[in-house]
Design a protein around this ligand. Structure first.
Ligand code: GCW
Length: 674
C-alpha cells in the first residue's frame, strides 16, 4: 500500500508498444525536476515490463519529453497556439511520426508541466487508455492546489487517524527522509502544488529561526516536484515570539514586525507560498481581540508577503459561542459585509459547508455571496465526522455534490465550481485546500481506500468538474488492477459508500450528533459542557413534538443567506430536498415524506439501509480475494468488518435515543437493536 496509485504493476499486454517507447526516451538537459522525470520513467518501465533494459537507439528516441527549443522534434510538431493554451503548468502529449516511426512527445512551458505530462502518460499506460490521435492537452483550472496538514510540532496530528505526523521536526533540517520525497512525488502525480505543513491551530514557534531552518529543508525537498511550502501564522505571534505588547493589526510596530518576519522567511525560502490563518475561532487569537475586522487582520499579513509574490489564505471558519446567532450564520455575517476590503493577494478559505465537515452539508452560503473577494474551497480529506480511519467513505461524490451546487449568484448555472475557479466573478487568484489524511501508517492513510480520497482531492483541485465515477475508476486501475471483475463492483461500492455512511450516521439532514470531542461514534444525547454549539441537542432539537433545526424565516433564518431561488426551493416542504430536510426544518415525527412514510419511519429505514449496505460490502469484498494481494485484502476486510459492526452501533444508538421522543414503533424491515 505504500506505493499508493503509483504501483506500476506489470501490464497485461507485455508486448505493448510502450515497451519500446519507454525504453527509448529522450529528456534533454539536466535539472532536479528533469532527473525526477527520468527516474520516474525508469521505475514505471521496469514495473510494467520487468527490469531487463532495452538496447537504446539514441539516434531515434521514441519518446521525447522536452521544453520548446530544447529538442527539434518539439518545435517541428507543435504550434505556438498549442503551447500558449498550456499556461505555466499545463502539458501537451502528442503522437507524431518521424522517419516512418511512431513516436510520442510531451511538452510544456515549464519543467513542472513536463513532470505532470509524464505522470499523465504513465497513468494512461497503466489504465490501458489511449492517447487520442488529436493529442492530449491539459492544464489546471485552479491555481493553488494545497494540502493542509493539521500537524503539530510534537508530531501529533489534530484529527489525524493514520499515525503520527510525517514531519520529523527533531531530525530536520539535517535529515531529509525518503518519505518526504515519496510524498512530494505522490502529490506531483496529481498536480498538487502547495503544502501547508502545520496546524491551523498554530504554534508561533514555527516562525522562529530554529523552525524556519527546518521548514526550509522541507521546501528545498519539495521544490523540484513543483510544490510550494506555506506556513500557518498564529495571529498573536508578534507578542509570543516578537516581544511586542500587542498584536493589533493597525499598530505600526505590529505591521513592521510582520514585514521583518516575512523578509526573514523569504531569506530561508525564496519561493515561500505565504500564510494560512485561522483567527477568532475556537480560542484562536485574531483581529477581534482588538475590535478589528477579518480584513484588517488579513491585510497586515498580505502587505508583508506581497513584495515577494506571496498570498494569504484567511479562513472563514470564524464563530464564537458568545454570539447568540445560529452558528450556521456566523461565518457569512462576519465576511459578507467586508467583501471588497481585502488586499488582492488574500483569498478567503471557506469550508464546503457552514457548520463543520459533516457527513453531508449544503454548500456554504458564502459561495456566490462575495463577488469582490476571491474565495477558495476547503474540503476535509481526513474523516473527522465520517468514521475516522476505519469507515470506508469515498469522498469524491460528496466533494462533487458541493462543487455542482448552484449558488444562483449570477442566475442559474452559477455553480460553486465556477465561483472557486474564478470564472464567475472573474478573479485570477484561485485555490482549493484539502485537510490531509496522511500520517506515518505504512499505507499513509489508515484505510487503503482512503488513499482514494487524497487522490480525489488532487484530481478535483486540478479540475473541479472531474466526475467522481471517473476518479474512482482511474484510482482502482492504478492501485489494484484493470480487471473489470474487480473494478466494476468495487467502483460501485465506492461510489455508494458516502451515501451509506450518511444513512447510518446522519440521514435526512441530521447533523453533528457525534460523540463529544473525538466525533467518532454516535452521541445524539450529548448536552451541557459549557457550550451550546458543541452539543448534539443544539443541532437536532428533538422533543416529543418533532426533530430538526428550523433555519427558515420562522427559525434562525440561515436559509435567508442563500439566493432567493434556493430559499424558495429549500424553504418549501413540497420542494425541499429530503437530504437536507432536518437541516432546515423542524418537523413532527408523523410528517409525511415524499414516499408517504412518516418522518420517523423514514429516519429508521435510512439507518437500516446504511447497516445493510455496510454488511453487504463485507461480502462483496470477501468475493474479491483472488484479485488483491493478501496483505491489502486482509487489511481492508478487517476494517470493513469494523465498519459493519459500527453501523449497527450507530443505528441502534440513534434510533433508541430518538424513539424516546417519537414514541413510535420501529417500522417493518428495521431490525431490533442488537
Ligand atoms: O472541525 C473542527 C475540528 C477542529 C479544527 C476546526 C477547524 C483545526 O473539530 O479540530 O481545528 O474544525 O477547522 O479549525
Amino acid at each position: 500500500g505504500y506505493k499508493l496509485w503509483l504501483q506500476y504493476y506489470p501490464l497485461e499486454n507485455p508486448k505493448s508498444e510502450y515497451r519500446e517507447i519507454l525504453g527509448n526516451a529522450r529528456v534533454p538537459g539536466e535539472s532536479p525536476t528533469l532527473s525526477i522525470i527520468k527516474t520516474e520513467l525508469e521505475i514505471a518501465r521496469s514495473g510494467f515490463f520487468g527490469p531487463a533494459t532495452l538496447q537504446k537507439d539514441s539516434n531515434s528516441p521514441k519518446l521525447i519529453i522536452a521544453l520548446k527549443d530544447t529538442d527539434p522534434a518539439i518545435n517541428k510538431n507543435t504550434t505556438p497556439e498549442e503551447m500558449a493554451v498550456l499556461g505555466e503548468e499545463g502539458y501537451l502529449i502528442k503522437k507524431f511520426s518521424e522517419a516512418g516511426q511512431n513516436k510520442i512527445l510531451i511538452t510544456a512551458n515549464s519543467e513542472i508541466g513536463l513532470l505532470y505530462g509524464t505522470f499523465k502518460l504513465l497513468q494512461t499506460i497503466q489504465t490501458g487508455e489511449q492517447i487520442p490521435n488529436t493529442g492530449l492537452s491539459n492544464s489546471p483550472k485552479i491555481k493553488h492546489r494545497v494540502l493542509n496538514h493539521w500537524d503539530n510540532l510534537d508530531r501529533s496530528v489534530e484529527r489525524g487517524y493514520s499515525g503520527s505526523s510525517i514531519w520529523n521536526w527533531h531530525r530536520l533540517p539535517r535529515h531529509i527522509d525518503q518519505q518526504y520525497l515519496d510524498y512530494a512525488r505522490a502529490n506531483a502525480s496529481l498536480g498538487i502544488n502547495g503544502v501547508s505543513v502545520t496546524n491551523v491551530n498554530a504554534n508561533a514557534l514555527v516562525l522562529t529561526p530554529e523552525y524556519l531552518a527546518k521548514a526550509k529543508a522541507l521546501a528545498d525537498a519539495f521544490r523540484p516536484y513543483g510544490i510550494k511550502l506555506y506556513l500557518t501564522a498564529r495571529f498573536s505571534s508578534p507578542m509570543e515570539i516578537g516581544g511586542l505588547p500587542t498584536a493589533d493589526p493597525i499598530n505600526a510596530e505590529v505591521q513592521a514586525w510582520w514585514k521583518e518576519k516575512t523578509k526573514e522567511i523569504y531569506q530561508y525560502i525564496p519561493d515561500f507560498g505565504g500564510f494560512l490563518v485561522k483567527a477568532d475561532s475556537e480560542g484562536q487569537p485574531g483581529p477581534h481581540n482588538y475590535g478589528r475586522t477579518q480584513a484588517e487582520g488579513a491585510n497586515v499579513l498580505a502587505d508583508a508577503v506581497r513584495p515577494y509574490g506571496g498570498i494569504v489564505m484567511w479562513r472563514a471558519f470564524v464563530y464564537n459561542e458568545k454570539t447568540p446567532d445560529d452558528r450556521h450564520k456566523q461565518g457569512y455575517n462576519e465576511f459578507k459585509k467586508i467583501d471588497g476590503e481585502f488586499r488582492e493577494n488574500v483569498i478567503v478559505q471557506v469550508k464546503n459547508g457552514a457548520i463543520d465537515f459533516q457527513p453531508r452539508e449544503p454548500f456554504h452560503p458564502l459561495f456566490g455571496a462575495m463577488p469582490k473577494t476571491p474565495l477558495m474551497m476547503e474540503f476535509q480529506i481526513t474523516q473527522e465526522y465520517l468514521g475516522h480511519d476505519t469507515h470506508l467513505a469515498f469522498l469524491a461524490p460528496m466533494f462533487e455534490e458541493t462543487l455542482k451546487s448552484d449558488t444562483y449568484a449570477n442566475g442559474k448555472g452559477s455553480l460553486v465550481s465556477k465561483v472557486i475557479d474564478g470564472s464567475l466573478h472573474k478573479y485570477p487568484l484561485t485555490a482549493m485546500a484539502g485537510v490531509a489524511n496522511i500520517g506515518t501508517d505504512r499505507n499513509w492513510t489508515g484505510h487503503h481506500f482512503h488513499q482514494a480520497n487524497w487522490f480525489a482531492f488532487g484530481k478535483l483541485a486540478w479540475d473541479p468538474e472531474t466526475r467522481s465515477a471517473d476518479i474512482a475508476e482511474e484510482w482502482l486501475k492504478l492501485t489494484f488492477t484493470t480487471d473489470k471483475k474487480f473494478t466494476e463492483p468495487i467502483q460501485k461500492m465506492m461510489l455508494a459508500s458516502h451515501e451509506m455512511v450518511v444513512n447510518y450516521m446522519t440521514p435526512l439532514g441530521l447533523h453533528h450528533i457525534m460523540a463529544r470531542g473525538h466525533h467518532y461514534g454516535p452521541g445524539p444525547w450529548v448536552t451541557g459542557g459549557g457550550r451550546d454549539d458543541w452539543t448534539a441537542t443544539y443541532y437536532h432539537k428533538a422533543t416529543e413534538k418533532g426533530v430538526g433545526f428550523d433555519r427558515t424565516a420562522s427559525g434562525s433564518d440561515a436559509l435567508g443567506q442563500y439566493a432567493p431561488e434556493i430559499q424558495k426551493e429549500w424553504g418549501n416542504l413540497k420542494t425541499a430536498p429530503e437530504k437536507f430536510l432536518l437541516w432546515f426544518h423542524h418537523l413532527p415525527w408523523d410528517h409525511r415524506l415524499a414516499n408517504g412514510n412518516t418522518l420517523w419511519d423514514g429516519i429508521a429505514l435510512h439507518y437500516q439501509k446504511g447497516v445493510e449496505e455496510a454488511k453487504a460490502n463485507v461480502a462483496i469484498w470477501e468475493s474479491m480475494e483472488a484479485h488483491v494481494d493478501a496483505e491489502r485484502f486482509k487489511h481492508v476486510l478487517s476494517f470493513m468488518k469494523i465498519q459493519a459492526e459500527e453501523a449497527v452501533w450507530w443505528r441502534d444508538a440513534c434510533l433508541l435515543y430518538f424513539q424516546q421522543f417519537s414514541k413510535m414503533p420501529l417500522p417493518d424491515g428495521v431490525d431490533k437493536p442488537e
